[in-house]
Design a protein. Structure first.
Length: 144
């Protein structure tokens, strides 16, 4: 099940962040972001347990997927795809014309997921990520 994230979900999101990212967002960052009017968050639940979450920012008719994270033990079950579809659908209903995201160049599973939903690579940010250092692919879906 995927639903909009609430303040009470922050601790679960921090757990997901710590399990998924080498430079995780803190609870404070998540809480502040959740309170801003242009950020939208969803949480994925499996049997009542938070197993993933997504963050979308909408500004001036464009969207940015800021986060998609699924716990390692819950991957390969379509949860990331469902989160991404939910965010794209929400952006479309909000009148968004295009959505962008960045992803580690070596994260083949994520790149393939994004491509499967119509995102395409448009640029590279050299050395963008740290721990380990890696390029970021900038992807866009311009036909929302």
């Amino acid at each position: 099940m995927i639903r909009r994230m609430e303040i009470d979900d922050i601790l679960a999101a921090v757990t997901i962040e710590n399990a998924c990212f080498s430079d995780p967002w803190t609870g404070k960052i998540l809480e502040e972001s959740l309170k801003t009017p242009w950020n939208y968050f969803w949480i994925a639940l499996d049997q009542g347990k938070a197993v993933g979450y997504g963050a979308l920012c909408l500004i001036a008719g464009e969207g940015e997927i800021q986060r998609i994270a699924v716990l390692p033990e819950a991957r390969k079950r379509g949860i990331g795809k469902k989160l991404l579809e939910t965010m794209v659908d929400f952006a479309k209903k909000a009148g968004t014309s295009a959505i962008t995201l960045e992803v580690r160049a070596g994260n083949e599973a994520a790149v393939n997921l994004y491509k499967s939903l119509g995102f395409s690579e448009e640029a590279v940010r050299k050395g963008y990520y740290q721990h380990p250092e890696e390029d970021a692919l900038i992807m866009w879906k311009r036909d929302v």
